[in-house]
Design a protein around this ligand. Sequence first.
Ligand SMILES: Cc1ncc(COP(=O)(O)O)c(C=O)c1O
Ligand SMILES: Nc1c(O)cccc1C(=O)C[C@H](N)C(=O)O
Length: 441
Amino acid sequence: MTVTTGDSRWQRAVGRHTSVGSRAMPHPAALALRAAALDDEHAATDLRDRFLLPAGTVYLDGNSLGALPATVPEALATAVRDQWGGDLVSSWNAHGWWEAPTRVGDAVGRIVGAAAGQVVVGDSTTVRLHQALHAAVALRPDARVVVTDPGSFPTDRYVVDGVAAQVGWRVEHASPDHVPALLADLAGRGERVGAVVLSHVDYRTGRLWDLPSLTRAAHDAGALAVWDLCHSAGAVPVDLDVHRVDLAVGCTYKYLNGGPGSPAFGYVATRHQDGFVNVLPGWNGHADPFAMADGYEGAPGIARARIGTPPMLSLLALEAALQAFDGVDVRDVRRRSSSLTRFLRTCLEALVPDVDVVSPAEDARRGSQVAVRHPDAYGLVQALAGRGVVADFRTPDVVRLGVAAPYLTHRDMLAAAHALADVLAAGEHLDPAHARRNLVT
Ligand SMILES: Cc1ncc(COP(=O)(O)O)c(C=O)c1O
Ligand SMILES: Nc1c(O)cccc1C(=O)C[C@H](N)C(=O)O
């Protein structure tokens, strides 16, 4: 496969091909020229200096744990030393701690296309999804069915199964591309679907699903569209308001770089907030929390989705981390990401043609990762780490190469593909030292 471009150095170099099977592949030297040209072309969106990364590492695991933004250490030190250590409990007022879940929610909202007052931050994605699905049940009292993807990330499947069992709904499964047909079939049988729960990007293959059309299909069936944005927030434009998504959740420790265990976010469209029943009513979501009232009365607006005291240090770290997006249009992040993942695919096809790339070739269907399948995927990930390329393994045979565009370059993509080729050529992935032993992969 060759890539067409207007760059003349590339045009000249691409004339040099290596033949693999019946296909002509770009020569490694041509790939190096191409990487340099693409990095020049995308120089304006290179935000690497906003992050602190170890030298010599190609970090391709930002789809699990994002890199450390340069603003975070000082912000965290200030929060600990000056706020907690100096101003103690008065920090809840003096430093805006109390309002942080909705203030940081608005900052996340700017990245996922939600106008202010619709996003709250706190708790985990798992908790937020429980909350969202229970709210959907309350908003669709006549429904009895929830539709979801059987290939979703496990916690999503557990939540859907768990909530359905609690409320007496039935779970119907379909891959997102078959959801419209399933909804039509259910409607034909007079079944009322209350919610369609899907992930915007498949965590294993990196497949990006068509959120606008699937949201419309859910609405046409009378159901609410509930999206998990873990693998798209900060990487792909989501435009929640534009597409009239009803409820959404997502984590902040991947492409939003909030840090390990940083709190998740929940989106409740304004039109659903009055009818939003919080299945986990807690005092932080009360209309008048310090009245210490006997009975629960939810706060107006998105604040009613608050639960209990948030993990303040993590929340403040996230707030500082989001500054990495200051002045950045997520559409530009996406353009850079598409170029990087497209080029990574090109490099893999040229340098490791026997490896099976499972992420879609079409930009519009690919999120911000390139996944490959290999029978020794675990060993490959370990051996890559030995060469400074950090990827991850997903059972049973997937190597995920996560591409967080702000801090990665096309040269990094080429370096990763070369490392993979070198590992395979040397058989390093078969080294018994790389036999599976870690819990976190
Ligand atoms: C799609 C998706 N949903 C949910 C989660 C995790 O949820 P939690 O933050 O509750 O661990 C992950 C990753 O861990 C994920 O990839
Ligand atoms: N949340 C994680 C964790 O606490 C430990 C290790 C990995 C994770 C992840 O986020 C995994 C990730 N959701 C995935 O897509 O596989």
